[in-house]
Design a binder for this molecule. Structure first.
Ligand SMILES: NC(=O)c1ccc[n+]([C@@H]2O[C@H](COP(=O)([O-])OP(=O)(O)OC[C@H]3O[C@@H](n4cnc5c(N)ncnc54)[C@H](OP(=O)(O)O)[C@@H]3O)[C@@H](O)[C@H]2O)c1
Length: 284
């Protein structure tokens, strides 16, 4: 029984491979990656796998029974890329696809759903047994810019009082591994989010508490926030998308209190304060 993991050299993929190795034999894990050089340290078989090369994908999926399709990172290209993978999985006889989607896809204003929903539909329509992991926000989306927050003395955003039920990347990786190595998950769509929800003002207050510095939350109109992000070097369309996700959060679209993630993994999700602590420690 071989398990293939796409995006295995990415941040989530690396965590999944590490946790999977604790539960199944390394010889049964295949990292499906764009660059096999980058996969050398994973300690498992690596095969070339680029979502943009549809003609090569079925060959790389030979002998794979369970496939974790980790969504790609090229905004705007992903519905097509993911469909390439689903078509290849069908050709190669993959028996189960687990896909990392987006929280409340189908009922959210988060623009990312425009690519996740067609992917979910392509998977379901393929007839291959599936499990959809609708992942909420990574807490690291907020903490990755903690150096900038410390320099500016402020968290910027457009989320108002919207609450983020985020969890650590490692929590989502754990859920994927629990599903891949468990039973009874086929045909299920899981809405996965953190146990704890917080506003960006509460996030700023947590950084202030841990650093003993004055860190405020500065809520901005969406166009102003997008301009700030662009001034940090992000392409305009990405800056606008990120600022727009905050607006979605302000409407409650990144909130979820089902606790499905912690029920699946059997332990509480990582508190936001712990992810902040780790991010601050990494600055030193
Ligand atoms: N829930 C959230 O808050 C959140 C936040 C950010 C992203 N995401 C989604 O979750 C995914 C995993 O997150 P992450 O943190 O691991 O992101 P990441 O570190 O950027 O990893 C993305 C992975 O996708 C691979 N990839 C990109 N384009 C590809 C292509 N054309 N063919 C094959 N592989 C391709 C990358 O390959 P390389 O290693 O070769 O670059 C990388 O391994 C992201 O790609 C994105 O769809 C979710």
């Amino acid at each position: 029984m071989k398990t293939g993991i796409t995006g295995a050299t990415g941040q989530l993929g690396r965590l999944v491979i590490g946790k999977l190795k604790e539960r199944v034999a390394e010889s049964t894990i295949v990292a499906l990656v764009r660059n096999t050089e980058k996969a050398k340290d994973l300690g498992v078989e690596a095969r070339e796998f680029d979502y943009n090369k549809p003609e090569t994908l079925a060959e790389s999926l030979k002998g794979i029974d369970r496939l974790l399709l980790i969504s790609g990172s090229d905004l705007g290209q992903r519905a097509k890329q993911h469909t390439n993978v689903v078509n290849a999985a069908k050709l190669a006889g993959v028996k189960w696809i687990v896909y990392t989607s987006l929280l409340h896809t189908g009922n959210t204003s988060v623009s990312l759903a425009e690519e996740h929903l067609p992917t979910e539909n392509a998977i379901i329509e393929s007839g291959i047994p599936y499990t959809i992991l609708r992942n909420g926000w990574y807490t690291e989306n907020h903490t990755s810019s903690i150096g900038g927050v410390m320099a500016a003395g402020a968290v910027f955003g457009s989320a108002g009082n919207g609450q983020f039920s985020s969890a650590a990347r490692a929590d989502f990786a754990e859920a994927a591994v629990v599903v891949l190595t468990g039973t009874g998950h086929q045909g299920k769509i899981y809405e996965l989010a953190g146990d704890e929800a917080y506003t960006l003002a509460e996030f700023a207050a947590e950084i202030a508490r841990q650093t003993d510095k004055n860190i405020e939350y500065n809520n901005l109109p969406v166009s102003e926030y997008a301009k700030i992000l662009e001034s940090f070097g992000l392409p305009g369309f990405i800056a606008e998308a990120i600022a727009g996700w905050d607006v979605s959060a302000s409407k409650g679209d990144l909130f979820d209190n089902s606790n499905t993630l912690s029920k699946l993994t059997g332990r509480p999700t990582t508190p936001m304060s712990e992810v902040v602590k780790n991010a601050l420690a990494a600055l030193k």
